[in-house]
Write a protein that binds this ligand. Structure first.
Ligand SMILES: [Fe+2]
Ligand SMILES: [Fe+2]
Length: 325
């Protein structure tokens, strides 16, 4: 990948964003494990999703990442189908193929919270991939409230992870962040702005409820958008919609780009729903403090069983007031 000119840049992090791999198999599920909302999820997998989400696509993705070689990878949820303990273990094994937990940041999706389950034996399997850097981490973790918003800082970039995963009624796929998480998010955004970091907010659901179907929306999206409009962010990345999507929020008259990515394992014939991932390279002009963001989309080509280069964008993001040099 050709990067932006780095001559005046003080951060060179090059990272990948993928989402919704839905990589698990449910072939050995027992019926006793499906006596709740998981039954509908299982039937959906049996009828449609197991054909749509293919491990050969994810194998091609891992092979492509070997070539593109980003310094960090973020995964914005829905690694499982119905959030069973065995699925968390399958996903953990796949994450270990993707990379070391220091180089891979994970947040959960709604499919991980299909039904209420104890933290131990489920999300705890991914703890090393989700927890904050040691300086910002809670001493003991027994649930999502101890983990999120997570904060990981890599080469001048602050990855701030949110959890919008919550148990919902049958046929609903909404998400919620909750007041406490939003308050801590605002603090983390403020602190990382004061450090002059490029702030990337990661969440599973789209931050804009109007961009998603009603039954799949983030129910407190207005409160999230209000936080982002008060303290800003440089980039928001999400999944959930299983389609490539771009929108925008704003802070003090400056744009906050929002990118949604399709499922990393989808075989769809429709390009916007076929497997893809994004590569992001960040640069900064030392004199003006303005950021530059070079984005390449890599998309799955089923005829060659490999990922190939797709759309490219370059964005120039004016320095935000609180992050100006
Ligand atoms: Fe999904
Ligand atoms: Fe989802």
């Amino acid at each position: 990948m050709q990067g932006i000119q780095q001559t005046a840049a003080d951060t060179g992090l090059y990272f990948a964003h993928l989402s919704d791999p839905h990589l698990t198999s449910l072939t050995s599920v027992r019926w006793q494990q499906l006596l709740n909302k998981r039954l509908l999820g299982y039937l959906s997998w049996h009828r449609r999703r197991r054909a749509e989400h293919q491990m050969e696509v994810l194998d091609a993705l891992l092979a492509d990442l070997q070539v593109t070689s980003p310094g960090h990878v973020v995964v914005t949820g829905d690694l499982t189908h119905i959030g069973l303990p065995d699925e968390f273990r399958q996903a953990r094994n796949w994450l270990e193929r993707l990379g070391h937990s220091d180089a891979v940041t994970v947040i959960p999706g709604n499919h991980e919270s299909c039904a209420a389950a104890p933290w131990r034996g489920t999300f705890s399997e991914w703890e090393s991939y989700m927890r904050s850097d040691a300086a910002f981490a809670a001493a003991a973790i027994s649930g999502p409230e101890d983990l999120f918003p997570s904060l990981r800082i890599r080469d001048g970039v602050a990855f701030i992870g949110l959890s919008s995963a919550c148990v919902t009624a049958p046929l609903m796929a909404t998400g919620a962040l909750g007041r406490a998480q939003l308050e801590r998010l605002e603090e983390r955004l403020q602190e990382t702005a004061e450090q002059g970091l490029f702030r990337v907010v990661l969440l599973h659901h789209s931050p804009r409820a109007e961009d998603e179907k009603w039954r799949k929306r983030l129910t407190d999206s207005r409160a999230l958008c209000a936080v982002l409009e008060r303290v800003g962010a440089e980039l928001v990345l999400h999944g959930h919609g299983h389609r490539a999507h771009r929108s925008e929020l704003s802070f003090a008259g400056r744009p906050i780009p929002v990118f949604g990515v399709s499922s990393a394992s989808a075989m769809s014939q429709r390009e916007e729903r076929r497997a893809q991932y994004g590569l992001y390279r960040i640069g900064r002009d030392i004199d003006s403090g303005d950021w530059s963001l070079d984005i390449e989309v890599r998309i799955y080509d089923s005829s060659r069983n490999r990922f190939v280069g797709g759309q490219r964008h370059q964005l120039l993001l004016p320095a935000m007031p609180s992050t100006s040099c």
